[in-house]
Each structure stands twice: as C-alpha cells, then as structure tokens.
Write a protein that binds this ligand. Structure first.
Ligand code: SF4
Length: 347
C-alpha cells in the first residue's frame, strides 16, 4: 500500500507549476527547469522524459529514476461505426479502470472525462451507478485522459466536459485542480468557457464554487420537475431537495452573473409529459439559465427513451418559457458512450 501511495505522489502529470519548480529545486536544478518541464508536459504534450530535450540529461535521468510521467495506461479504444464518437478505456496505476468519451461535431471536439471510479450517487437511470463508488481520481488522472487522447488524434480537443463516470463535486478539490490546469495559459490553455463541470446538485459545493469565483461553466442534472418525482430517480434529492437546488442556483447567479445549464434527461412516462414541461417552466420561473433536454440512452433496466413525437412535444412546450432550450441527441449510443451509459463492469 505504501508503495502505491509513493507511486501516486511521484506522478508528474497533475503537478502545478509551483510544484514542478519546487521539484526542480529539490533535484538541485534551477526553478526555471520546473517551468520547462511544465511547458513540455502540458503545452507540448511530450510523452516521455527522454524526449524532453530542453532539460539537462542529469535531470532527465533523475526524473526517470524517481518519477513516472503518466498515471494512466490506455487499454482499449472503441470507435463507433455510425457516429464520430470514440470511447477510451484506461487503467490506473492502482489497477482500476475508467472510461472517457471523445465526440466530434463540426469544428468542436469534446472530451468527456471521468472524475471517480464508479459513483456513490445512485441515479436510477445511470450505468455508472451500478458499479458503486470505488475511489476518487486525482487531478493527474483526470488530466491524463486528455493528454493521452490528444497525443493519439490529429485534431485539437476544443472542449472538456466533466460528465463521465462519477460526481465531480464529490471529488471537489481534485476536479477544480484539474480544471485550473486545463485552463492554465502556459499549459493546456483551454478557455474557461470551453470547460464544463456537471453536478447532480451538491448544494454546499455549488455555494463554495460560486464563492471561490471560478469561471468554468456549470451544468446541473435536474431530470425532474418536482421533488417526489426527482427523488424517485435521483435519491440524492433527499439530501439536496429540488427547491433548495433552485434557490442555490439563484445564489450562484447573483454571486457570479453566470448562467447554469440544467440537464434534463427525458425518460418515457416518467418526466416527459406536457404537465412536466409546464411544471418545469414554473419551477425555474425567472431564473436566468439554459435547459438542455437529453433524450434518454437506453441501458438495461426499466427506463425507455420517449418517442420522437413526445420529445418534440415536450421541447415545443418548454420553448414557451423565458429560458434558453437546447436538445442533445447523445452521440455514440451504439457503443454505450452516451450520457449515463459509462460503466466498467468487467474486472
Ligand atoms: S448520473 Fe452521474 S452522479 Fe448520477 S450515478 Fe451516474 S455518474 Fe453518478
């Protein structure tokens, strides 16, 4: 066990500029070498110590001896035959497996990253929930999903969504650290407008996020138009009720003047009626926000995707509201990489 902790602490990917500068100093190098290392790893995406030619050989040898670069190894890539979507399976240095999904849409290339192995939240429509919670990912394990995939494709990844396995706000600090590293202009340099953190609505963490003044986009999985309905499909509503959630999003708006996006997974005969659409309009009221309707991607279990006609009727109804409405027809459902479909059930 202590060997595993040592290995995780000695992984370079996930370290900040200040940490790499300190590491350089401890290795009898100038702090500037830490900046070169930061630049090589995150900006140039050089994938081995041997290839970081800007560093002196003696420092590279020391890095090789004491540190590992990548916390992940790629096990498998599954490409959809019908859509421009790829699913990647990674192994952690501690042996667990996680998945990431890459989606191409016009000029946009979006990577959906995992933040935990499994998930404790137990949303009834979600494949990841069936794994239970296994462990939190480190910032390095989150970032490395991006770096390893970036190095294997021709196009540039333009957007990151924290929407894969796990509830990001139950791994708050590592997720924020990863988002800051994605955004760092001397490193990966993705605009904060292209980084979205998606949560089921962990209220104290939404407040903390608002107070800390982060600029990343926030999405909230709503999926219900009233408390008892949401509670049935999202047991987390017992602790974080739908009314408290709306109040907290108001707090977020007043504090940051930024709009959240409510994600609404449309489940046949559960939350897809015209009555639900009207309740949703009332629930949101004047709150400035966007609503993204996601027709459900079926997995094993009781839930079904509504018919196209029913989806259109629901969307038309909520179009008569003050908020902005979009519909996301998830990509890659044939390889189980749509929203709510990620799970690593094999050992
Ligand atoms: S939808 Fe998200 S929060 Fe809910 S169980 Fe699945 S991974 Fe966890």
């Amino acid at each position: 066990m202590s060997e595993i902790i040592k290995r995780q602490n000695s992984q370079i990917i996930g370290m900040t500029l200040a940490e790499l500068e300190n590491l350089s100093e401890e290795s009898n190098q100038s702090r500037f070498r830490g900046r070169q290392l930061f630049n090589s790893v995150y900006k140039q995406k050089i994938d081995s110590f041997e290839n970081i030619k800007t560093l002196p050989i003696i420092f590279r040898d020391k890095l090789l001896d004491k540190y590992t670069l990548h916390p992940l190894s790629l096990i498998k890539k599954t490409g959809s035959n019908t859509e421009l979507t790829q699913k990647y399976l990674f192994k952690l240095s501690t042996g667990e497996k996680i998945e990431s999904v890459l989606m191409y849409e016009d000029k946009r290339v979006t990577l959906c990253v995992s933040t935990q192995v499994g998930c404790a939240v137990d949303c009834k429509f979600c494949a990841t929930a069936k794994m239970g919670f296994i462990k939190n990912l480190t910032a390095g394990e989150i970032i490395d999903q991006y770096l390893m995939i970036s190095n294997s494709i021709d196009k540039k990844i333009t957007n990151i969504v924290f929407m894969g396995m796990g509830e990001p706000f139950l791994n708050y600090q590592q997720v924020i650290n990863a988002a800051i590293l994605f955004n760092d202009k001397d490193g990966i340099n993705l605009s904060s407008k292209r980084i979205t953190i998606s949560t089921v609505g962990i209220i104290p963490k939404i407040k903390r996020y608002s107070e800390e003044g982060h600029k990343f986009k926030l999405a909230i999985s709503l999926n219900g138009s009233y408390q008892s309905q949401r509670l049935e499909i999202m047991p987390i509503s017992k602790t974080h009720s739908i009314d408290d959630l709306i109040k907290t999003v108001w707090y977020h708006y007043k504090k940051t003047k930024k709009l959240v996006t409510f994600e609404y997974v449309l489940l046949s005969n559960v939350n897809d009626s015209i009555l639900d659409a009207n309740r949703l309009i009332d629930l949101i009221g004047d709150l400035p926000c966007k609503v993204n309707v996601i027709p459900y991607n079926e997995i094993e279990g009781p839930f079904k995707r509504p018919s196209v006609q029913r989806i259109n009727e629901f969307v038309n109804q909520i179009n008569n509201s003050k908020f902005i409405v979009t519909v996301r027809w998830s990509k890659g459902t044939d390889i189980n990489s749509g929203c709510g479909q990620l799970a690593v059930l094999e050992s």
